[in-house]
Design a protein around this ligand. Structure first.
Ligand code: ASP
Length: 430
């Protein structure tokens, strides 16, 4: 039988095995024709491709029902509108603050280690810029005109607005409201159990995803961009450990070690899927059942974080901006750095929690400071790998802020947080 720790170990093992076998398989291509066909057509483009896609699809299928049901319960349980406002204000402020710190750190490190000096500008890759929506349109788009279509299209902010309104209305509807609330609470438990069921097959899904990736691309790209890669990884590590660690300790007086131990599975899911959105069901379950954050906070802060809070992405954007400036020999003025901090914070808010979008949003930052958008082509080669790492940081930030806000609102169960076993059975799929 799978023990809880066993599941984490199995996911880790699947990850390591997939990276090693995938990279070896990639290195062996180009010699024997039948091997190339087997690898490309039957494994990378066949069995593992299908398993990986199904795994991510089943994770994603939980996102909309989970966010809707959970947030309706959360909003229905919040006493008053002012409580909701305070909660929202604190959460958004902390998300913005951690992102601004992340990007400042990123640019500091990049200035120190100069990853772009002497970079090869002969990259053949092309990068096309997409037109972004205007700020007014972005605001208007938060409000759904049709909640069903918002759900069908997975528009997270619109779903959040609808669920909040519905929850508040339920709260004001007396006995009828409590009946509906009960139904939503029952649904919430059922969906969380579905998350548990899915986690059991995670090792297979993770293997398939990572094998496909490494057998296809290998690790060669890292060598060419070693300094850039190393600087991004270093800042991601510093931010994930020191920044979140100190915030959790100073603002919430919680033990960061316990926090990180409980976040391991969430980080592994985020790493494998490179998507905060697909990881959302696991993040939500962990934050509520293992870290002890009350549903009324978690149901709001986690989906909002998965949509808006992208510290890892901001870090990549910070280092990438300095890298591209250095590669093209352009000196950024002090005011440019402030512009980068502001736009990268906004860009990471606008980044959807799906693979690769952070790179697309980087074009916004580059344009603001007059850097060539084509520079993105220089770093595209290692972006998928960095995407996996930064997504793990993105979800860690969502959970850290959720704990801090819950604690400040008296909505954190400290006994649950401190108990290393808490929620383990449900959370880890037994
Ligand atoms: N993949 C990231 C996420 O889902 C977003 C990005 O940086 O591209 O969190």
């Amino acid at each position: 039988m799978t023990t809880p720790q066993g599941l984490t170990k199995q996911i880790l093992l699947a990850m390591v095995l997939a990276i090693i076998t995938g990279a070896i398989a990639q290195a062996c291509t180009g010699y024997v024709a039948w091997f190339d066909t087997l690898l490309t057509d039957y494994l990378v483009g066949g069995v593992f491709f299908v398993i990986g896609k199904i795994f991510v699809a089943t994770l994603k299928l939980l996102v909309v029902p989970l966010v809707l049901v959970s947030l309706v319960c959360g909003a229905a349980n919040l006493g008053s509108g002012s409580q909701l406002g305070r909660l929202g204000g604190k959460t958004i402020l902390l998300y913005l603050f951690t992102t601004a710190v992340a990007i400042s750190l990123a640019m500091g490190f990049a200035l120190l280690f100069e990853p772009g000096v002497g970079a090869d500008l002969t990259s053949k890759a092309q990068f096309k810029v997409n037109e972004g929506a205007s700020f007014a349109q972005v605001l208007i788009n938060i409000f759904p005109s049709n909640p069903i279509s918002a759900m069908a299209e997975g528009k997270m902010l619109q779903i959040i607005v609808f669920a909040l309104l519905l929850g508040v209305a339920i709260n004001h509807s007396g006995e009828r409201g409590s009946r509906i609330k009960q139904t939503f609470e029952d649904w919430n438990e059922v969906i969380l159990n579905l998350v548990t069921m899915l986690m059991k097959v995670a090792p297979i899904g993770v293997f398939a995803l990572l094998f496909t990736l490494f057998a296809d691309k290998g690790l060669a790209a890292i060598q060419e961009l070693a300094v850039y890669f190393a600087v991004v990884v270093a800042v991601l590590l510093v931010h994930a450990t020191l920044v979140y660690g100190s915030l959790i300790t100073l603002l919430a007086r919680l033990n960061p070690k316990t926090f990180y131990a409980k976040m391991r599975n969430v980080q592994l899911f985020a790493f494998s899927t490179a998507s905060s959105n697909a990881t959302l069901p696991i993040t939500m379950r962990t934050v509520e059942k293992r870290l002890g954050v009350d549903n009324s906070v978690a149901s709001f802060s986690v989906p909002l974080g998965a949509t808006l809070n992208m510290d890892g992405t901001a870090i990549m954007q910070g280092v990438a901006t300095v890298f591209i400036a250095q590669a093209y020999g352009i000196v950024l003025a002090p005011a440019d750095f402030l512009t980068v901090i502001a736009t990268a914070t906004l860009a990471s808010i606008g980044t959807a929690g799906v693979p690769g979008v952070g790179l697309v949003m980087l074009s916004l930052v580059l344009t603001q400071v007059g850097l060539p958008v084509e520079g993105i082509a220089l770093i595209i080669g290692v972006d998928r790998l960095l995407d996996m790492l930064r997504t793990a940081v993105n979800v860690t930030g969502d959970a850290a802020v959720s704990c801090i806000v819950a604690n400040s609102e008296g909505k954190l169960d400290k006994t649950c947080f401190d108990d290393i076993q808490a929620g383990q059975l449900e959370t880890e799929g037994k």
